[in-house]
Design a protein around this ligand. Structure first.
Ligand SMILES: NC(=O)c1ccc[n+]([C@@H]2O[C@H](COP(=O)([O-])OP(=O)(O)OC[C@H]3O[C@@H](n4cnc5c(N)ncnc54)[C@H](O)[C@@H]3O)[C@@H](O)[C@H]2O)c1
Length: 430
């Protein structure tokens, strides 16, 4: 498994739990040192225990050295990052191609080179060409195996997937892949076998669709505020329709995270390059930026038009609960706007501090939401961690200088907040 990030580490640990022998490789020495000490470099519930169990069973190891890791491997998974390339929105394939070349140089016998990273259509063929050019004698196949796990629920998603997508070209590669995923076949989880291109496309189409669903309800929320409807009731009424479904219909401060922003941009770019514009996805990207801007305006209104001199407590800065991942989190747009407007900003997040300290300079970090809210003029609920779902609102209202709440995840009812002593409570789309 090349890459021990959110996807590579979870995949490696789970494959070892299936009973396979797995070696995880990363070129970040700090991560490998931590992993060898039994420490998990990321926050992902349940991961440490499962990792310890499988290291103990002798099925899971970590190294920087690809050559030893690859020795005797039937499959090599590439699970490195594919961030947005600067300037043009395209997925940056530098890490994927570098990994493919390294594999080509070091592999000896037959091996399936599997791309787990999210990559534009055509990448697996490029990987095949690069490997063949680097090591013309190597006996290998490529396979596309996009990953659908959600951070925060990654182990469950990996062990009980809605589906596994396998893009393969040869029976030999199909046999290796089905052997790897056999424990899931035995438990009747569906496996979708496709061409390389379709597998690559499924991942982008799925993520763009989910981003569209979130953005759709966020746009409906804006209209709800204008016409006096409540988006929570609207979502409920919509979501009960089986054709629509209730997931990803929660209005909020805009989507963020390590996947949706970069994958929507990459899909838009792929469409442009092929003369088949992804107009819906392009609009989703633009509307999502507007959503974040609208949140800043909402906060400004709650501060009587200006952040200057205000003390603002922000609860939650990771892009969603149960992760320490800050990549493209809405907080990275919203918090700097508060600081830039002259507010003193206090931040509280159960796991976001390590990543967040560099990304959000000039804020004060607190471990306790009540300490963050002390003497504040505004409380902003930005990420719906469980810790923030049952706050003592009376206590909060009492200790704030001006008890005003911007509930950007619609956790609390207005009536409840007002009854607890808040003089204002603003949700999203209500
Ligand atoms: N994070 C998610 O929830 C998620 C879900 C589904 C798919 N994906 C996709 O999976 C891929 C990986 O995402 P991630 O969030 O795990 O990334 P990440 O940045 O957390 O991890 C990538 C790791 O790869 C390592 N790496 C890079 N080049 C290497 C090389 N040549 N040799 C060894 N190690 C190398 C990096 O040091 C890093 O530890 C991306 O394409 C992403 O779009 C992510």
């Amino acid at each position: 498994m090349i890459g021990t990030g959110y996807v590579g580490l979870v995949s490696g640990v789970c494959f070892s739990d299936f009973g396979h022998t797995v070696v995880c490789v990363d070129n970040d020495q700090r991560k490998i040192d931590m992993l060898e000490r039994g420490e998990v470099p990321i926050y992902e519930p349940g991961l440490e225990a499962l990792m310890t169990k499988n290291v103990g069973a002798g099925r899971l190891a970590f190294t920087r050295d690809l050559a030893t890791a690859i020795d005797g491997a039937e499959a090599v998974f590439i699970a490195v990052g594919t961030p947005t390339r600067r300037g043009d929105g395209h997925a940056d394939l530098t890490y994927v191609m570098a990994a493919a070349e390294e594999v080509a140089r070091m592999a000896k016998g037959y091996v399936v080179i599997v791309t787990k990273s999210t990559v534009p259509v055509g990448t697996n063929r490029k990987v095949r060409d690069v490997v063949a050019a680097t090591n013309p004698d190597l006996d290998f196949d490529v396979a596309s195996n996009p990953e659908f796990l959600r951070e925060g629920a990654a182990i469950d998603d990996f062990m009980k997937p809605d589906r596994v997508v396998l893009g393969v070209e040869t029976d030999r590669a199909a046999a290796v892949m089905s052997d790897i995923y056999r424990p899931l076949y035995l438990r009747d989880f569906p496996v979708v076998s496709t061409s390389l291109e379709s597998a690559e496309m499924i991942k982008y189409a799925a993520n763009a669709f989910l981003a569209t669903k979130i953005t759709f309800i966020n746009e409906i929320a804006a209209l709800c505020e204008k016409v006096g409807a409540d988006v929570k009731q609207v979502s409920k009424g919509m979501g009960m329709d089986n054709r629509i479904g209730n997931k990803f219909l929660h209005a909020g401060p805009g989507y963020g995270g390590s996947c949706f922003p970069k994958d929507t941009k990459a899909l838009a770019r792929i469409g442009q390059e092929h003369g088949s514009p992804m107009r819906i996805t392009e609009t989703v990207i633009a509307v999502n930026e507007d959503v974040k801007r609208r949140m800043i305006e909402k906060l400004q209104d709650l501060c009587s038009g200006s952040f200057k001199g205000k003390t603002i407590a922000v609860l939650g800065v990771t892009f969603k609960p149960n992760t320490d991942d800050m990549r493209d989190a809405p907080s990275l747009t919203i918090v700097p706007a508060l600081v830039g407007g002259g507010a003193r900003v206090r931040v509280c997040d159960p796991q976001g501090r390590t990543e967040g300290e560099n990304l959000l300079p000039a804020v004060e970090w607190h471990n306790d939401p009540y300490a963050a809210a002390q003497d504040a003029d505004l409380l902003v609920l930005l990420t719906e961690w469980n810790e923030f779902r049952a706050l003592d609102l009376t206590r909060l209202a009492d200790l704030m200088a001006s008890p005003v709440m911007a509930d950007l995840r619609n956790i609390y009812d207005r009536e409840t907040a007002l009854a607890a002593g808040f003089k204002q409570h603003a949700g999203v789309g209500r």
